[in-house]
Design a binder for this molecule. Structure first.
Ligand SMILES: O=C(O)CCC(=O)C(=O)O
Length: 256
């Protein structure tokens, strides 16, 4: 992978590293603690349910948490599997750039090694991110038990420059119907959240800004969704990104 990433350069930290998550271990209004800690339920101002099981929580991450996540993602983007434009089976590449942790996703399966990139085993899914996922689910669903029962084991980390898009698709390679937790950092995007039957209407367009949380599970887990537009220059560089948009989706693969 040799492509420079506008707005995502100046990678920090050693290859494959992730920070201990000092800010990420703190409450973001959603409780605290790591993997073993119970996910407490906090108050989420602006929380909005788009459909049953699909919840948007604006401004869920603090700026400090966003910066830590950006630093962690920069480390993962360097390796052991570098971030890349995913190649599609019928030719062509995705405009978004992706790196995975825990499990490697390529269309349309999960593997431990990135056989379509460099054959390396992907970085481990860190404990602190499990805790973050638990707090996200608890907060979005206002249900501590839902958070406690959530153990994500993979994340797709997508970087969008101003031109990148993501077509309407379902996340359906997982053998689990546990929720998907989506965190957005940097430029605002239009996130299109549809229905479970077709990639066309009806759908709802929602703006996902830096720090926003979006969780989709339950009856919405297999809804079509996509990113038709990113708004270049809309992000605050204090989030750690000079430009572009970073999105992290945590999932439970259900694979052993
Ligand atoms: O970037 C986003 O907000 C959505 C990402 C997504 O749909 C995916 O990774 O499957």
């Amino acid at each position: 992978m040799s492509t420079p990433l506008p707005g995502f350069e100046d990678f920090g930290g050693p290859v494959g590293s992730a920070p201990p998550g000092e800010a990420l271990g703190e409450s973001s209004g959603a409780g605290s603690g790591g993997r073993g800690a119970p996910a407490a339920v906090g108050h989420a101002p602006g929380r909005r349910q788009l459909a049953p099981g699909a919840v948007h929580v604006p401004g869920w991450l603090t700026l400090a948490q966003q910066r830590e996540l950006v630093a962690a993602c920069r480390g993962w983007a360097r390796g052991p599997v570098p971030i890349r434009h995913t190649r599609l089976p019928r030719g062509g590449t995705m405009s978004v750039q992706t790196v995975c942790i825990g499990w490697h996703w390529q269309p349309y399966a999960y593997t431990r090694t990135a056989d379509d990139v460099n054959g390396a085993r992907v970085a481990a899914f860190p404990e602190w991110m499990v805790g973050l996922g638990r707090r996200a689910v608890a907060e979005a669903y206002e249900d501590a038990a839902a958070g406690d029962g959530y153990t994500p084991d993979t994340a797709l980390i997508n970087f969008y420059d101003g031109q990148a898009r993501l077509g309407m698709h379902q996340d359906k390679e997982e053998r689990s119907d546990a929720p998907v937790v989506s965190l957005s950092i940097g430029d605002t995007c239009v996130f299109r959240f549809g229905n479970t039957r077709t990639r066309t209407k009806p759908y709802t367009d929602v703006e996902l800004a830096s720090g926003d949380l979006f969780v989709f599970g339950g009856p919405s887990r297999f809804a079509y969704h996509g990113v038709p537009k990113v708004r270049p220059g809309s992000g605050d560089p204090a989030c750690g990104l000079a430009g572009g948009r970073l999105n992290i989706t945590m999932r439970v693969t259900g694979l052993g």
